[in-house]
Design a protein around this ligand. Structure first.
Ligand SMILES: [Zn+2]
Ligand SMILES: [Zn+2]
Length: 586
């Protein structure tokens, strides 16, 4: 055992990932083990603590997701650079099996034959062997199979480039790992997310990262040594795109300080937004009178590099306001910025004063009222609304009337101990006929009501519209929770006439929730904008079922910003008294 064999957390994560992939190939009950190793790889790769300390202090098994078996492999990897499990598995398979098994139709046994006959260990080698006509000579393959193999490889490459979008939450985790690794490079000052991740889209195709560095080529080389990379998809001197073991695609653009702002703007997109900026820039350049005017103030030549230090400079140079990344979709933001009427007070995380929509152990939450309240207080909140499920949501432990009474007593007790104001709320089901759960007399006693649909999603559009309209017209003030019931990548929004519902809400005692649960992110930005036009108010909620989920706030705020929401349009930016008055049901 020598010291220099010790692996860092990324190399350990890569080894665990490799174990997972090989176990997955074995199939059967090894699939379950595979999942444990994969989860372990994610935990290790994302660790903020020094892994060496954790190993040496024997604390691995105290980390969630790491059991004894996993801990022993991590320890071996850290101390010796090797893992007995990985060594054993590698003996069972030919080299390159993980990459090659990604080619559809190529079974483990075929890969073994190819390896024995031609020493093939990668897709690239397979491709050139097939192109050279070497495969057809192998027993069981033939010319037809060879041709088909080439076709499959080409399609596979193409698909790998376009398919599979990562959920935003996962993309953020992976991007954090990569950026964490990149920060270890020398001469690198800024590492910024770009692309759809920076625009907070619900799903991300390629995780785009732009780095500000004096040594662009060296940084690309450093990145290519990131242990979790399994395939380099594109490589240039100052940029590259790779695929990570988990399947994520990551692209890095490595820019010199003078080019960083422009690179960041271009990489952030969207394409439509950037194209329109190009158009404006070239129109501008072709206008002689504009040229003269600009030269006076800034001097066009030098403005290209040294003066455009920030994205803000670039937008200003084009004669418009700065456009925040969340708005860069070419949906009117450029025109508004040119006219100078883009809102400059879009809501921010810092504006939020209260956590809205929190569940506790009274329904399906993990933590108690006190735990949720203290966690919200620790995050600087002035108030928190406890909104457990109502009785109709029996599967989620909906709170019956007698337990509701007990919950209110407990809120009073906890309130004595904490500063944050705890508001009595409910997430009341909108039942099939559009009425709210709990009798009116009870509803009026809440401080806040979130009204949501949790069942019967498949009603036809007319019925669903009527159901929601009926609910919104109830005389109590309520917040329409996770409006259209979508679950990202799992369930589409339900059918209804959103425009007419918004018309009704504009005339009713109701507000709309922007739900920060990363799987919901509902309602979506285009509808937020449609509601804004009608002067409807919003809350940004966390829909938290644990203290950790209070961090959903950032997602809710991002969605709100994508919907162009200003601080003054969001009720939970108000202080406690004003908020309580604004949402009081009766
Ligand atoms: Zn709900
Ligand atoms: Zn909820």
């Amino acid at each position: 055992m020598t010291k220099n064999k010790r692996l860092d957390k990324f190399a350990i994560a890569a080894a665990l990932q490799e174990i997972a992939a090989l176990l997955e190939l074995k199939g059967g009950k090894d699939r379950f083990k595979a999942r444990a190793y994969q989860a372990g790889a994610r935990v290790v790769g994302g660790m903020s603590e020094d892994i060496g300390e954790v190993v040496l202090e024997n604390r691995l098994t105290s980390i969630r997701g790491i059991g004894d078996a996993l801990a022993s492999q991590i320890e071996q990897l850290y101390l010796t650079g090797e893992s007995s499990v990985l060594r054993g598995l590698k003996k069972e398979f030919p080299p390159g099996i993980i990459e090659l098994s990604g080619v559809p139709g190529l079974s483990t046994s075929k890969i073994k034959i190819l390896h024995e006959a031609l020493g093939i260990t990668s897709i690239a080698e397979l491709k050139s062997a097939a192109e050279a006509g070497k495969i057809r000579g192998i027993k069981g393959f033939g010319a037809k199979t060879e041709g088909k193999l080439l076709e499959t490889i080409a399609n596979h490459r193409q698909r790998a480039k376009t398919e599979e979008r990562l959920h935003l939450h996962r993309a953020l985790q992976t991007a954090a790992q990569v950026s964490n690794y990149l920060q270890t490079a020398r001469d690198t000052t800024d590492i910024s997310y770009a692309g759809s991740l920076r625009r907070w889209k619900e799903t991300v195709g390629t995780i785009r990262i732009v780095a500000n560095t004096k040594e662009p080529a060296a940084l690309v080389e450093h990145f290519l040594r990131f242990p979790l990379i399994v395939e380099v998809m594109e490589q240039m001197e100052e940029a590259c795109t790779v695929r990570l073991a988990e399947g994520a695609r990551v692209s890095l653009v490595s820019a010199r300080p003078s080019e960083f702002a422009l690179a960041l703007l271009m990489e952030t997109g969207s394409n439509a937004h950037v194209n329109k900026l190009h158009q404006i820039a070239s129109d501008e350049a072709n206008r002689p009178e504009a040229k003269g005017k600009r030269r006076k103030s800034s001097g066009r030549k030098s403005a290209r590099s040294s003066e455009l230090q920030t994205e803000e400079d670039i937008y200003n140079q084009l004669g418009m306001q700065y456009i925040p990344p969340e708005l860069r979709e070419d949906e009117g933001e450029i025109e508004a910025a040119l006219a100078g009427n883009l809102p400059e007070d879009l809501v921010t995380v810092e504006d939020i004063r209260g956590m809205v929509h929190c569940h506790t152990t009274y329904s399906d939450g993990k933590h108690t009222i006190e735990e949720m309240a203290r966690a919200a207080e620790a995050m600087g909140m002035k108030y928190v609304t406890i909104t457990d499920h109502s009785p109709t949501a029996f599967y989620a432990g909906g709170v019956t009337l007698d337990r509701l009474k007990r919950q209110w007593d407990e809120i009073d007790e906890v309130q004595e101990k904490v500063k944050v104001r705890i508001l009595r709320g409910t997430e009341s089901d909108i039942v099939a006929d559009g009425h709210l759960d709990y009798p009116d007399k009870i509803l009026e006693q809440f401080d806040v009501i979130v009204a949501s649909i949790h069942s019967r999603y498949k009603m036809d559009s007319a019925k669903m519209t009527k159901r929601i309209v009926t609910a919104m017209r109830q005389p109590v003030f309520k917040i329409w929770g996770h409006a259209l019931g979508r679950l990202i990548q799992r369930r589409p929004p339900f059918e209804c006439d959103v425009e007419s519902i918004l018309d009704v809400i504009a005339e009713s005692r109701a507000a709309i929730e922007v739900n920060g649960d990363p799987w919901r992110l509902d309602m979506e930005p285009r509808w937020i904008r449609a509601a804004r036009k009608r002067k409807i108010k919003f809350v940004i909620s966390v829909d938290a079922h644990s203290t950790g989920a209070l961090n959903n706030l950032k997602y809710g705020v991002a969605m709100a910003r994508r919907g162009w929401l200003r601080k003054s349009e969001v009720l939970n930016t108000l202080g406690t008294g004003a908020f309580v008055n604004a949402v009081r049901p009766g």
